[in-house]
Structure formats: structure tokens, C-alpha cells
Design a protein around this ligand. Structure first.
Ligand SMILES: Cc1cc2nc3c(=O)[nH]c(=O)nc-3n(C[C@H](O)[C@H](O)[C@H](O)COP(=O)(O)OP(=O)(O)OC[C@H]3O[C@@H](n4cnc5c(N)ncnc54)[C@H](O)[C@@H]3O)c2cc1C
Length: 378
């Protein structure tokens, strides 16, 4: 394999870096603390609107939806630079990566006209209402139910771990309209609909990051359904494949590792053990980067990624964990408020391999699909 960035790609990366250098305020790293917090969400609206004005929010979207028809590499270069900076787009990364493109593919004309332009302008936050207390990895067992009543649906149930729920205007909600996997449908639900209650779950990850969301006799018009009744599984499979490799967390991990190594050198505390651990963490970051590039290359060529996407995800989880462990072991004082960006990374590291789907599920896919191992050990 011969891989190098071409002139346009290098220029594009430089443009994004310049934008970040001129638009992130001096106190940005303090705002970044708590990716789902009210202050981060507020910041993301202002920042994403500026990104949109500069043509840097959705360059990979079709021109008719406010993009520039740029390729998959541009989207990933943009994402790498954003994550390396601590992801100032906040929850809007979901709009850009998968909610917008999913609406372009499956939305009605009315849904597209209502929801896509505000996303392209960086003005709106969504939340993802998938997980439930008894349905995380096994999403097919979800119980939130939507009953058809004439030209409306009445939704009852509970979601959990929902990021950005307190700040989002709209929820991309999975609810049961029948039995089994083919009995799940998607609803686009305004969060101010009567009957929705959001309760924050206190956590180590940061203020305002995760929530329970309760639905009690929530009435939505039948036109709030995305696609057809029972089509959720097909739609979500495509959407999540975009989500899982669209987040280059290794870029932030790499930057954190560099900062931690610099601090250790400055404090003259670099031991042999620390050197070895830093080198292993760096190798993990590079592995994650290259496995992710493999998927982007496939995306660019129109090939649907298979179990390689699971490998890229596991490599990214390993990189985040390796860097988080390095910091805990050698610079624990930075996590007690000494360095907001190291702390924010540590908080994200705690949930690496849980948020966006449990890593063990990806390991199962690698074992069965890539290694062709039997499902049950004999
Ligand atoms: C910070 C954070 C943000 C999140 N944001 C959202 C959000 O915005 N929207 C949303 O819908 N969800 C969100 N989630 C939920 C997340 O998607 C789930 O936590 C995840 O899918 C795992 O589900 P679970 O928590 O129910 O754990 P479970 O599925 O119950 O898993 C518990 C443990 O069992 C293991 N396990 C389960 N099944 C298998 C299996 N078949 N083989 C091997 N091991 C298995 C898992 O790996 C895990 O270690 C978020 C979670 C976190 C931590």
C-alpha cells in the first residue's frame, strides 16, 4: 500500500486547522470539559454556525443540501481535526455524520425540508433514543411502544443513557410498532412534545452527559415516522456503520498522549516504564488511525465495510484506553483539575467500548465473521 495525502487534502487540513486556531476561544478547553454540558451545547451552536458559514460543517454533503459534494476523505480529515481539538461541534457531530445523511436517504420531502437545512446551518442538536434499561447491546428487545391512533402515534416507554437529551430539539427515536426486529420503527420526535420528561443521570463522565428520557402518552403525527413501519432495523444498520467509524477518537488520544509526554519531560519524570508505555500507546493510536483509513478508503470506493469496521472500532477503543491508562499511571495529578483537556479525555476513556455500542459485540463480529469461529465454544 502506498498512502499519502494529495495537495488538495493537505490544503483542506490546513484550512480546518486555521479555522480552529482563529475560532476556538482561549477558554475552549474549559468549555470542552463535559461534552454534553449546557455550556458545550451552547458553544457548539455558535461554533457550528460559523463552521457552516465557512463551508466547513458539511462539505461532504450534496450541494443541494448545503454541502460541496466533497469526498469521504474530506469528511474524515475534518473529523480528525475536530476530534484532535476536543470536538467543538459537540453533539452536532451526529447530524453531520449520520442523522443528516440518513434523512437524505430515507426521509420524506417534508422531513427533509424541515430538518436538513438547520443541520447544514449548524443550528440544531439531536439526540439518539435507542438504548433502554433492558435493551442496550440487544436493541431488538426494546419495549418503548408506539400505538397507531388514526393519523397519530401514541408513544409510551423509557430510554436511557441518552446523550444531549436536555439540550436537543429533536430525538431520533426507536419504538416498537409490532413484534420482533421487523416490528421496530423510527420516529423523529420534537423534544418539546408534551409527555416527554428528561432526567439527567449524574456521572463521572461530566455534567449533563447522559439522561433517562420518559415518554408518557406522547402524541406525534404519523408523518413523524422515518421510512416505513418496521423499517428501523435496515435504516439503523446503515446509520450506525457511518456513526462507528465516523468518530476518530484516536486523534484526540494522540494529542493527549503528546501533551502528557511533554508534561512528563518538563517535570523530569520520564522513567523506562513510562517510555515503554508511551510507545505502546502511540502504536495503538497509529493502528487505530490506519484501520480507520482502510474503512474510509472502502467508503470512498463505494464498498460497504464488513467486519473490518469492527476491527477499526476495537483499535480505536484500545488507543483511547492505552492513553487514558498512561495518564492515570504517570500524571494522576492532571485529572484532579490540573488539565481540563486531559481530564475530558479521561472521562471519555472511561466509556470507550460502551458508548456507541459495547466493544464485546464488535469482538463477537470479528470472531465469527473474520476468524470464522463458531458462535458457541465447543
Ligand atoms: C457515555 C454514554 C453515552 C451514551 N449515549 C447514548 C445515546 O445517546 N443514545 C443511546 O441510545 N444510547 C447511548 N448509550 C448507551 C450505549 O449504546 C449502551 O450502553 C451500549 O449499547 C451497551 O448497552 P448496555 O449499557 O445496555 O449494556 P449491555 O448490553 O447490558 O451489556 C453489559 C455488558 O455485557 C456485555 N455483553 C452484552 N451482550 C453481549 C454479547 N452478546 N456478547 C458478549 N458480551 C456481551 C457487554 O459488552 C457489556 O460489557 C450511551 C452509553 C454511554 C456510556
Amino acid at each position: 500500500m502506498e498512502f499519502s495525502w494529495n495537495k488538495e487534502q493537505k490544503e483542506f487540513r490546513a484550512t480546518v486547522r486555521d479555522f480552529l486556531a482563529t475560532h476556538l476561544p482561549d477558554n475552549w478547553e474549559h468549555i470542552a470539559h463535559g461534552p454534553g454540558s449546557a455550556s458545550q451545547s451552547q458553544f457548539s451552536r455558535q461554533f457550528c454556525a460559523q463552521l457552516a458559514d465557512a463551508g466547513l460543517l458539511v462539505p461532504h454533503w450534496p450541494a443541494r443540501w448545503g454541502g460541496r459534494d466533497a469526498d469521504a476523505w474530506s469528511a474524515f480529515i475534518l473529523a480528525e481535526e475536530m476530534w484532535a481539538a476536543g470536538e467543538p461541534r459537540g453533539g452536532q457531530y451526529m447530524n453531520v455524520n449520520w442523522i443528516g445523511p440518513t434523512l437524505m436517504n430515507f426521509g420524506s420531502k417534508e422531513q427533509q425540508a424541515r430538518y436538513i437545512p438547520p443541520m447544514a446551518q449548524g443550528q440544531t442538536l439531536w439526540c439518539q433514543g435507542f438504548s433502554e434499561p433492558e435493551a442496550g447491546s440487544d436493541l431488538a428487545s426494546l419495549r418503548t411502544r408506539a400505538h397507531r391512533q388514526a393519523d397519530q402515534y401514541c408513544i409510551n416507554g423509557q430510554k436511557i443513557w441518552t446523550s444531549y437529551a436536555a439540550e436537543a430539539e429533536t430525538c431520533f427515536l426507536l419504538a416498537r410498532t409490532g413484534t420482533g426486529k421487523s416490528g421496530i420503527s423510527i420516529f423523529l420526535v420534537p423534544m418539546d412534545t408534551p409527555g416527554i420528561t428528561v432526567v439527567e443521570i449524574p456521572s463521572l463522565i461530566g455534567e449533563g452527559d447522559i439522561h433517562e428520557v420518559f415518554f408518557e402518552n406522547v402524541l406525534v403525527p404519523a408523518s413523524a415516522m422515518l421510512g416505513e413501519e418496521g423499517q428501523a432495523w435496515d435504516i439503523v444498520r446503515t446509520a450506525l456503520s457511518l456513526e462507528r467509524v465516523g468518530i476518530p477518537r484516536f486523534a484526540l488520544a494522540s494529542r493527549i498522549l503528546h501533551r502528557a509526554a511533554t508534561l512528563l519531560k518538563q517535570r523530569d519524570r520520564f522513567s523506562t516504564g513510562a517510555t515503554e508505555q508511551a510507545a505502546r500507546a502511540k502504536a495503538a493510536c497509529e493502528a487505530a488511525r490506519l484501520f480507520s483509513y482502510e474503512i474510509i478508503d472502502q467508503r470512498q470506493k463505494g464498498i460497504t465495510a464488513g467486519s473490518e469496521a469492527s476491527v477499526a472500532r476495537i483499535a480505536t477503543v484500545n488507543a483511547e484506553r492505552a492513553v487514558a491508562e498512561f495518564v492515570v499511571e504517570h500524571l494522576p495529578e492532571t485529572l484532579a483539575g490540573g488539565d481540563p483537556l486531559l481530564l475530558a479525555h479521561h472521562q471519555r476513556g472511561i466509556v470507550a467500548g460502551i458508548a456507541s455500542g459495547a466493544a464485546e459485540i464488535q469482538l463477537n463480529l470479528i470472531a465469527t465473521q473474520l476468524l470464522q469461529l463458531p458462535r458457541e465454544p465447543r
